[in-house]
Design a protein around this ligand. Sequence first.
Ligand code: ADP
Ligand code: ZN
Length: 516
Amino acid sequence: MSAATLLRDVFGFDAFRPGQQEIVEAVTMGENTLAIMPTGGGKSLCFQLPALVRDGVTVVISPLIALMRDQVRGLKEAGVEAGALTSGNTEEETAEVWEALERGSLRLLYMAPERLASGGVPQMLRRVGVSLIAVDEAHCVSQWGHDFRPDYLRIGELRQYLDVPLAAFTATADAETRDEIVRKLFDGQPPKVFLRGFDRPNIHLAFAAKDSPRAQILNFAAARKGQSGIVYCGTRAKTESLARALGEAGHLATHYHGGMEAEARRVTERRFQQEDGLIVVATVAFGMGIDKPDIRWVAHADLPKSIEAYYQEIGRAGRDGAPAETLTLFGPDDIRYRRQQIDEGLAPPERRAADHARLNGLLGLCEALTCRRQTLLSYFGEDPAPCGHCDLCDKPAEVFDGTTPVRMALSAALRTEEWFGAGHLIDILLGADTEKIRQRGHDSLPTYGVGKEYDKRQWQAIFRQMMGHDLMRPDPERHGALRMTDKARPILRGEEGITLRKDTIRAARGTGPKVR
Ligand code: ADP
Ligand code: ZN
């Protein structure tokens, strides 16, 4: 199976996180590697996935017993044979692991470093055919660090004895520690080092509420005429119509999606690679194989499906290090569509919850009040200063206390038993005189007409932000009616307030708002 297939089918991720793909490729190829990644960055995938591609068993050495057990459980749930040899094992568990090893069916063997000291372990490992050693928390080999583990010093010997590649991972390694890791784990022979943090400082980040999407994309492209760019769209049909519109506006533009003939796709890929200033309007099918260093911009006409997918897609811009720009459009329909995709997918419930969380990560970025890059990188475990190179650093968001309108909106939803979508709820808040309202007697609700301080577009922006903050979610079993989430309760109860962005409301209206 290919790495992309394993990523999706076994691990349930739709894209690599920053840095993962390069590491996975190197480790799979059997190169000695040292990867320095922030905590939470997704190190484990970088040895778990190669372990499934390579023959034989991968030995994972980690000092953290709870974490090992956790990973073994996760792998087993995903249908991967994995086991751990730790001091916390019952005899039964240990016997089971040995058996699986002897049978040759184990793919990953987690081991505490102390195990290397017990007699016969290296010999046993040689006998069962180890193909890779992965070392988590590799800085534990450093005698000068706080986390020194004497048994880590045996790992280098083990590598030589087994004569297999070694992949070392750590979140904390200054230059000295790094040198020490290379000396002690790799016998001084430099491994391939992956140190790149997640930041791509040459890429300018910007988001905009979807207002008139076609015009927004045309404007963005017009300001970058003659530059190579990609526009990502949610549907195949849209790639074709938008490419046509760009062509009519005088750009060199073409479309690309998975429904095209293989040959037509190849031609487009080649053209993009070779021609200057071509715009490709595409679905996410476009990109995996693209290795063009001078893509100057990437725009999303529709919201990507997760923060990982977003990062991967914008990351195609500016690989040459020269300035590159991005724009991502988002609106309530996008949020509804992405939620629905997750809810209607075939994934098991835990995975769906994780997918919602990854979508939330992206929505949080859409509705961010301060530096986008800070918000993005903190999701990936980094903690940078404001970047000075995103739309919110360029021009800080204007905000207002949204607690009162949010409470009004929540209450309108609750008083109608959470059976309605934003359109009807807004009508109630505005005190509109519609058939639906009269029929259902919603004009006698206490929330009827309490929201006249805002107009319809402002309310739409407030509802979008509420969905972006995951205070309300469309319920697929109620035709997308908005239902309150647990996150909204403290706001409804008056225990917490919420700050909303004013500028997206203003942008939606085009004139100054009544929002105070
Ligand atoms: P660490 O680098 O701290 O060891 P983990 O490997 O535990 O991090 O991963 C941190 C989290 O990131 C986990 O919840 C994992 O499920 C998630 N994760 C890892 N890779 C991806 C990916 N490609 N897409 C989405 N989530 C991912
Ligand atoms: Zn910034």
